[in-house]
Ligand binder design. Structure first.
Ligand SMILES: [Ca+2]
Ligand SMILES: [Ca+2]
Ligand SMILES: [Ca+2]
Ligand SMILES: [Ca+2]
Length: 336
């Protein structure tokens, strides 16, 4: 019974996280202007941060640990109802942080709350994550003629309590890839009796995403188009991925070491891109993590960078060079 339930939850999760278009829309609305939509979204998000507070469950070792409830403030004088916004840049946890994400020609402000950082490694923005999460979308109820002010409400569309698969951040909504690298995993211990894995000290947080970093016009599952999303999440584990299959994990193809690798070829996503492509050795626009020949010399990286003695890849800056100056993986004199 429980298993069936999990599969059901997983199916929903997969549908809403990965589907990008709605097929049942009767009328086709032209795509909204990204800047205008962002201005609406960020106003709604900040209103939500001002008028709501969090209740966090602290039960280390239990499934509920770091569960989050977000409630409307009914008594502003009650210290237990401290607004989410009031945690902005707090030196202690929980703390509300923000970062700028440059996409669609918009400088998106992405707010995320760190309940706990975690103790292990951080995923890069294209790694796989095993995460328990709860997603809601925000919508605005207009002010009434009777004098009631407008109000932002959150509607839950998804909850995954026991994640079964790693989600590839390269394929999820952009906001996920921009948020998870700011968190770390914790420890995982298998229960010798039940075989179940227990996660402790994992990173836990909440992200507040403008629709441009989520589904935008597409919506997804039961999510309406153009709605900001709020996810509370726990980062249980990560999986290093190798997107181009060249034997170098993608997070090691992050040449500038900022924790992010990006495919910037889309004119919609990067309309005013200037200067060099980051993390792209041969500057052909294909970032190293997607480029099977990073240096553009005609030899695939996979064959080039393996040490024939150990079978292990060389560090990126130690690609063997022949006495002739040419890189050639077939010539044994080229290998130290
Ligand atoms: Ca690779
Ligand atoms: Ca980078
Ligand atoms: Ca390249
Ligand atoms: Ca090459």
């Amino acid at each position: 019974m429980n298993k069936i339930k999990y599969y059901f939850i997983l199916t929903i999760a997969t549908l809403s996280l990965f589907s990008c278009s709605k097929s049942d829309s009767a009328s086709i609305e032209p795509l909204r202007d990204y800047t205008e939509q962002y201005n609406t979204d960020i106003a709604d998000i900040e209103d939500y941060l001002d008028k709501n507070y969090i209740i966090v469950t602290n039960k280390p070792g239990e499934t509920e640990d770091q569960n989050v409830k977000i409630e409307k403030i009914t008594d502003a004088a009650d210290p237990a109802q401290r607004s989410i916004k009031s945690y902005l840049n707090s030196p202690t946890f929980p703390t509300l942080k923000s970062k700028i994400v440059d996409l669609h020609g918009v400088k998106y402000k992405l707010y995320y709350m760190v309940l706990r950082e975690g103790t292990g490694e951080s995923p890069c923005n294209v790694d796989g994550v095993l995460t328990s999460y709860n997603g809601t979308y925000l919508s605005k109820k207009a002010a009434t003629t009777a004098g009631e002010p407008s109000v932002i409400t959150a509607t839950q569309f998804e909850e995954v309590v026991f994640p079964q698969t790693f989600l590839n951040l390269f394929q999820t909504i952009k906001g996920w890839g921009e948020t998870f690298p700011n968190f770390k995993v914790g420890t995982a211990v298998g229960d010798t009796e039940t075989g179940a894995i227990k996660y402790n000290d994992f990173g836990a947080g909440i992200m507040f995403l403008p629709s441009g970093l989520a589904y935008y016009a597409g919506g997804g599952g039961s999510i309406p188009s153009y709605t900001p999303l709020v996810f509370s999440f726990k980062l249980y584990a990560l999986q290093r991925l190798d997107h181009d299959g060249d034997g170098i994990l993608s997070y090691l193809e992050d040449k500038d070491g900022d924790g992010y690798v990006r495919d910037m070829r889309s004119k919609t996503e990067y309309p005013d891109r200037e200067g060099e492509y980051p993390d792209d050795t041969d500057q052909d626009g294909i970032p190293d993590f997607l480029d099977t020949d990073d240096d553009g010399d005609g030899y695939s990286t996979k064959l080039e960078i393996k040490d024939p003695l150990t079978g292990k890849p060389y560090a990126f800056d130690k690609i063997p060079v022949c006495p002739s100056g040419k890189k050639n993986y077939l010539d044994p004199t080229c290998h130290p």
